[in-house]
Design a protein around this ligand. Structure first.
Ligand SMILES: *[C@@H]1O[C@H](CO)[C@@H](O)[C@H](O)[C@H]1NC(C)=O
Ligand SMILES: *[C@@H]1O[C@H](CO)[C@@H](O)[C@H](O)[C@H]1NC(C)=O
Ligand SMILES: *[C@@H]1O[C@H](CO)[C@@H](O)[C@H](O)[C@H]1NC(C)=O
Length: 377
């Protein structure tokens, strides 16, 4: 970290080349083209020069009512564009589904509102690695795009299974979802007949590729699929995904057993999500548990978009529908506060979570008692 006194924001013309020593000359600046003229830049002074930041700041203030030339390329990396931060306005939904209603508050009773940052996951890509999404559903309002299909017999719109559409809508749907302005990318690895570990790994490799080539590196993967027994290959790819800076949420699984016994739930860098009842915060009877679970979210009677009716809805239960609530919450955090490496964002998520409200964990040793909470606006 650079000490804050070394960072100053200048409303100036363009790239700044700093002659770091505290000489009393104007540092040079050049306007590269007209597009950049009105931008603001953050100038980071070299640590070596103790008081240079303050000194130079005064000089800069005087100098840059003007234009200067000559870029010293060594200094380029010390200049970064000042990003525009959204103001944190709040948005409110007065008729949220119960699962979404629950996660913006610490305790019951539900208040019939879902209050969330107005940025709502804007600029974040949520990859749904699943059985396909019905992209035209009203919940998505054009924000859902096809990525690629890696399974046989799942390429066509009418081949998709229902699961992916529900999951996507819970993560980012405009009325049943959490991150209502996020982008959704459909990565298909599962047909009616199921999928293979290879399809899954190829799907995740595609996500890494897309992420690396995208302009905005705000990506989240949600995977509701698990293979038993744990797959070393799959867990390795999960590590590659998170190492690439992509956040990953996965379901704990629905076998009422230890989540460490499957993949990717057992992958350490994935955020593994267990399910609670929608009515009372008790762990759902089907939910997996144990130390590989990171967090709980409601997963019973989840309302989601129906695959073959653009205006239809269905109700489903499973840890598959808890995990997208977490994916959506990560998107809210990113659009509100900026992105971070996966391990750090996971820490923020756990810190924000409500502790001790999940019931029924007494005999499920090692299971953390953390319950999902969305960030305040
Ligand atoms: C910048 O804009 C001015 C006036 O609008 C124009 O004369 C000049 O050619 C432009 N320069 C570049 C690099 O586009
Ligand atoms: C999220 O993951 C869960 C469980 O891993 C899965 O059931 C669900 O389909 C996934 N949702 C999306 C949108 O990928
Ligand atoms: C929680 O609710 C579920 C279903 O709504 C019910 O089956 C279960 O017994 C309840 N648990 C507690 C501890 O109240």
């Amino acid at each position: 970290m650079v000490a804050s006194s070394f960072i100053k924001i200048f409303s100036i013309v363009m790239l700044v080349a700093l002659s770091i020593s505290a000489q009393r000359e104007c540092p040079s600046i050049q306007a590269e083209n007209n597009d950049t003229e009105k931008k603001r830049f953050i100038v980071i002074f070299d640590k070596k020069v103790k008081n240079a930041a303050e000194d130079n700041y005064e000089i800069m203030k005087e100098c840059y009512k003007i234009q200067v030339q000559n870029i010293n390329s060594d200094e380029k990396n010390k200049v970064e564009e000042d990003k525009i931060f959204r103001r944190h306005r709040r948005a409110e939904d007065d008729h949220p589904t119960r699962n979404v209603d629950r996660i913006d508050q610490a305790k019951r009773p539900l208040n019939g509102k879902f209050i969330y940052p107005d940025s709502a996951g804007e600029g974040v890509n949520i990859f749904i690695v699943d059985g396909g999404i019905s992209l035209t559903h009203r919940e998505f309002g054009g924000r859902a795009k096809f990525g690629r299909a890696f399974c046989k017999g799942c390429e066509k719109e009418y081949d998709i299974n229902k699961h992916g559409t529900i999951v996507a809508s819970v993560a980012a749907g405009k009325t049943v979802g959490v991150a209502r302005k996020a982008n959704i990318i459909d990565v298909r690895v599962l047909s009616y007949k199921g999928g293979t570990t290879t399809d899954l790994i190829e799907g995740l490799s595609f996500v890494i590729h897309k992420h690396k080539n995208s302009k905005y590196k705000n990506s989240i993967v949600n995977m509701s699929l698990n293979v038993i027994p744990p797959s070393r290959a799959l867990n390795n790819v999960v590590k590659e995904v998170t190492d690439a800076g992509i956040h990953m949420t996965v379901s704990a699984g629905n076998f009422e057993t230890d989540a460490c016994g499957q993949s990717p739930a057992s992958a350490p860098s994935a955020i593994t999500v267990g399910a609670t009842f929608d009515t009372n915060d008790t762990i759902a009877d089907f939910s997996n548990f144990g130390k590989c679970v990171d967090i709980f979210a409601p997963g019973v009677n989840a309302h989601g978009a129906e695959a073959y009716d653009d205006n239809g809805y269905v109700v489903f239960s499973g840890t598959s529908f808890s995990s997208p609530l977490v994916a959506g919450t990560l998107a809210l955090l990113i659009s509100k506060n900026g992105n971070k490496p996966p391990a750090e964002l996971t820490k923020d998520l756990i810190k924000l979570s409500t502790k001790g409200v999940v019931k029924g964990l007494k005999h499920k040793k090692g299971t953390p008692n953390t319950f999902l909470r969305t960030p305040a606006p």
